[in-house]
Design a protein around this ligand. Structure first.
Ligand code: FE2
Length: 145
């Protein structure tokens, strides 16, 4: 998950832009490990990624609800599990037995790739199948088209 490429597109420009932003923040985490920066720096960026993920999830959930997407609850649970898992990692970072940063990176990489390619693509395909013209409204005020 180093760079955003077209293979990661879900077919919605605004949502793609938010995924790009998440990948940018993910790469900041990779840099921190590469330059062996402090745990605190890693934790700060991980919090930044969580904050952005929350903005992104909020937008997606509103969109899925408006679409009456049948797998809305299931998708929402994926988001919830993610936030819980990452928050737990972040709490443990400042503890006595901190998780290995590389493991967190691996988790994030795997989770986002799977989520974007399978889980997110599914609602956009659903939208196409019902021929909806619904427009995704971002909660990211800096990135709204
Ligand atoms: Fe999602």
């Amino acid at each position: 998950m180093k760079v955003w490429t077209n293979d990661l597109s879900i077919g919605n420009a605004q949502i793609d832009r938010e995924h790009m932003r998440l990948i940018e923040i993910y790469n900041e985490l990779v840099e921190i490990i590469k330059f062996k920066k402090e745990r605190k720096d890693f934790s700060n960026i991980l919090s930044k990624m969580t904050e952005y993920a929350l903005i992104h999830f909020k937008g997606e959930e509103k969109y899925m609800k408006e679409l009456s997407y049948p797998k809305f609850a299931e998708h929402k649970n994926h988001h919830k599990d993610y936030i819980l898992k990452v928050s737990k990692y972040n709490m443990e970072i400042s503890g006595a037995n901190p998780p290995v940063p590389e493991d967190i990176i691996k988790f994030l990489d795997k989770w986002w790739i799977n989520h974007i390619l399978i889980i997110d693509r599914d609602y956009e395909n659903y939208k196409k199948s019902i021929k909806s013209n619904l427009i995704y409204r971002s909660f990211d005020i800096f990135r709204s088209l």
